[in-house]
Ligand binder design. Structure first.
Ligand code: CA
Length: 229
């Protein structure tokens, strides 16, 4: 059955363009043009995902996101006009699943919508049996096997794992990892994450544990590996 995407966007032409692309890709869509209307339809109807513009007349995207999160786990992709805004939004811990910055190509939006839907909701049943963090030994045990992490990789995993589903920016990770920020750069985080993901992927499993959120940061989230779903 076609999944239904709620588009919340006050620029009518942009809403229509997004809708056209999503419909072409096999989705159903519903467009609303202000925050209060968005909240009303989310309460009354079932959707599979919401594309939520930040700047809206009346109730803005932040308020809508908070309100929806108070009663629903509906996947939310927030759309912002400025890339610098994303760090501020992350700091607010709104619980959005992804962020897209304008201008974007509609094709990219469709790809991101599909990616978020593929991940499903953040439900990770029985995770504790599969992944055990031995905090004293700095060891991660995945399906009974020691993953063999360095202390830095373990710490990264520990931070992400402490709040599954929450997106951490590179800045936030660096703040939590290092007392002296001068010694590290964004790239350091990326390279540690890369090794961490590679090691965790080497265990006999169909899952990935850490997803990168394009241009934003990382989060701990169990998902099926690409190609297995
Ligand atoms: Ca807008």
């Amino acid at each position: 059955m076609a999944k239904t995407i709620l588009i919340v966007e006050d620029e009518l032409k942009l809403a229509q363009l997004l809708s056209d692309y999503l419909v072409q890709s096999g989705f159903k869509t519903r467009c609303v043009h202000d925050g209060a209307a968005a909240l009303a339809v989310v309460r009354g109807e079932a959707f599979d995902l919401m594309l939520l513009d930040l700047m809206l007349p009346g109730m803005d995207g932040i308020e809508v996101c908070k309100a929806v999160r108070s009663f629903s786990a509906l996947p939310i992709i927030m759309v912002t006009a400025r890339v610098e805004e994303i760090d501020r939004l992350l700091g607010l811990e709104l619980g959005a699943d992804d962020y897209i910055c304008k201008p974007f190509s509609p094709r990219e939006v469709v790809a991101r919508v599909k990616a978020v839907l593929r991940r499903g909701t953040a439900a990770t049943p029985a995770l504790d049996d599969e992944l055990v963090l031995d905090e004293e030994g700095y060891r991660a045990i995945l399906f009974g096997q020691d993953v063999g992490l360095t202390a830095v990789e373990f710490k990264l995993l520990q931070i992400l794992h402490s709040q599954p589903g929450r997106i951490f920016s590179r800045d936030q990770l660096m703040d939590r990892m290092y007392d002296d920020r001068r010694i590290v750069s964004d790239r350091t985080i990326d390279s540690h994450i890369k090794k961490l993901r590679r090691k965790m992927a080497a265990s006999p499993s169909r899952y990935e544990w850490i997803s990168s959120v394009y241009s934003v940061g990382y989060k701990f989230e169990k998902s099926l590996r690409e190609g297995d779903s």
